[in-house]
Design a protein around this ligand. Structure first.
Ligand SMILES: Nc1ncnc2c1ncn2[C@@H]1O[C@H](COP(=O)(O)OP(=O)(O)OP(=O)(O)O)[C@@H](O)[C@H]1O
Ligand SMILES: [Mg+2]
Length: 257
């Protein structure tokens, strides 16, 4: 049966300030959802809160994975349960090679005694790196250290393809990519698409959605999903910006605090 990720009336605060003010979103495996929205509206906050970043305090609402309360799980348990986040700004980890990182990430999601065999792992990594047109040296370099912005994003997709999560949240996976890299990254995401994979793509630009045709497009403003639709919504945003939505829904600009 297809898994479901449900975000219900989610309120999240950072250092006492409420950023998410009741987000509702349901993603089923097999679906690709895109979220667009102005800077600072809480898109990255939503992804961090789902993954359990300690700075983000959930004050109300729930996140359920097949009915199980994700918010009660530790960060590693969320990953084991099948959630994956490609961060807007991937962190660098010195002293840990990309290959070692990936292998332990795969194994930490498996039961003891079910660890991936080294040869199997190398074969799979080689195959996916070739698919993503990555320099083989990337496997032995320290995780993200000195990687260019675009290389980091491509590496996030390598992680995605190696870990094969149930659900992925891809936060601005297209930022900083050159035109060819955008195609490669999209190819990776499309390769993952299927009945065992659900995806939430956070993006500012409709151009990514030319390559990855989303099933649903949502607009986030002031800490809420205010409008949902199909690809035509992304096209209209690209052409006209966000003002028309504010007018249509009578959303006032937030007063500066
Ligand atoms: N750790 C933090 N400490 C203080 N404020 C924060 C923190 N993280 C986020 N915020 C604030 O929360 C608000 C939402 O930020 P968030 O990063 O979720 O926005 P976003 O929608 O992802 O924006 P962008 O499109 O620019 O990436 C912003 O006003 C931001 O300054
Ligand atoms: Mg963001």
């Amino acid at each position: 049966m297809a898994s479901v990720l449900e975000i219900k009336d989610l309120h999240v605060s950072i250092e006492g300030k409420e950023i998410l003010k009741g987000v509702n979103l349901t993603i089923k495996q097999g679906e690709v959802h895109a979220i667009m929205g102005p800077n600072g509206t809480g898109k990255s906050t939503l992804s961090s809160a789902i993954m359990g970043h300690p700075k983000y305090e959930v004050t109300q609402g729930e996140v359920l994975l097949d009915g199980e309360n994700v918010l009660e799980m530790e960060v590693d348990e969320r990953a084991q349960a099948g959630l994956f986040l490609a961060m807007q700004y991937p962190s660098e980890i010195s002293g840990v090679t990309n290959a070692d990182f990936l292998r332990s990430a795969i194994n930490s999601r498996r039961e003891e005694g079910q660890e991936i065999n080294l040869m199997q792992f190398i074969k799979k990594m080689d195959k996916q790196m070739e698919f993503l047109e990555m320099d083989p040296d990337m496997a032995t370099r320290y995780l993200n250290e000195g990687f260019s912005g675009g290389e980091k994003k491509r590496n996030e997709i390598l992680q995605l393809m190696m870990l094969e999560p149930k659900f992925a949240i891809l936060d601005e996976i297209d930022s900083g990519l050159d035109i060819d890299a955008l195609k490669v990254v999209s190819k990776g995401i499309n390769e993952m698409r299927g009945e065992n994979f659900g995806c939430l793509i956070i993006t500012h630009y409709q151009r990514l959605l030319n390559y990855i045709s989303p099933d649903f497009v949502h607009v986030m403003m002031q800490g809420r999903v205010v409008k949902s639709g199909g690809e035509e919504l992304a096209q209209r945003l690209e052409a006209e910006g966000y003002d028309w939505i504010k007018q249509e829904l009578n959303i006032q600009d937030e007063a500066a605090e």
